[in-house]
Design a protein around this ligand. Sequence first.
Ligand code: NIG
Ligand code: FE
Length: 406
Amino acid sequence: MTAVVVHGIGALCTCDPLLGEAPGVIPDAALVARDGVIVYAGPEAALDRSDVPRDALEVHARGAAVIPGFVDAHTHIVWLGDRGDEYAQRAGGATYAEIAASGGGIRATVRATAPGSVDELAAAGRERARRMLVNGTTTIEVKSGYGLEQEAEMRELDAAERLRQWQDLPEVVATYLPLHTTPDGPRDAYIDDVCTHGVAAAAKRATFVDAYCEAGAYTVAECARLFTAAAKHRLRPKIHAEQLSRTGGALLAAQAGAVSADHLEHATNTDLEALSKAGVVGVILPGASLVLGGPPPPGRRLIDAGCTVAVATDCNPGTCYSESMPLMISLAVALGGLTPAQALVAATAGGAAALGLADRGILRRGLRCDAVILETPSWVDVGYHLGGDIVASVILDGRLEVPSKA
Ligand code: NIG
Ligand code: FE
């Protein structure tokens, strides 16, 4: 048995909607977990000592705030190579679409990643996943998408599985992203192969399927075909929609019963209302919005449409090279119009919703104990302290995985 008790929490931000005003703060609190599950999350004064297992590791928060571990519901961390040169070209005026059209962009990463072995891919992903944990992230979604050719795509998913087995990393949920960049050969033959052999092979390795619905990438009809084929293998859809232009991907997400629609900068309010009605989570990726310089992430518009909102890093070599959820929370507030409380909930409970996970993202008895002890008594600092070092320690599945630096 492993057990941990955190005493002296100045503000326990449960992100529990049952506790009223977000982010559901309990002052002067304690948190107790046994075998990865929360057995107490409430006022320290009401803690019954018999709820604390005898061998529990005792941690003292010294008045700091504690929040749920971040759930980063959209990442592309399994890649090889480097696109710093493109970042510099874009700073000089070249656009993301121009670089992609001239053979760079996602294709450049495919050239570097596709030949990689599972060991090489897992090692590259591991470094990034570990930095995510140090920044307070306890669950990550990991997409394929840089293999293109089927065996290389499967190596990416096998690398994601390798990451899942490492106990000192955030928990991994894998997504098969076969429609990302387009193939050199005939695209219909490629899509045929994906919709037959690809989804069958991916079903053993992934939970979700994803597609990049965009001018220059894949059409709504092609993405719809993938989702239909994937449904036969119980892969639920996610979609990169309305990122660089409006193509109809959000409405497809609503029709196809997608778990989430991601990016959405060019989505109309009608699109967002359709997502809300269909129960599709809207995932904003404010780091990518910032780097690409288009319209802002539609955080406030999603809330106004009644959607559940998630905020994620999109960590990838092209549009957002960042492992930091606290930075994304800052950007969700500064660019996306969310309040600090809405942004914190979007990075925790919202991320869990975008992965269909009902057992985390909220600090409540009976749920998984993934939590971050902050350096500060004020949870607002997560978004307010831009680029600040706000994570003191991290509890992952009920174990103290990143001990305090103090
Ligand atoms: O989510 N939009 C497509 N995919 C990624 C970018 C991938 C890349 O540039 O390597 C995104 O922004
Ligand atoms: Fe992405």
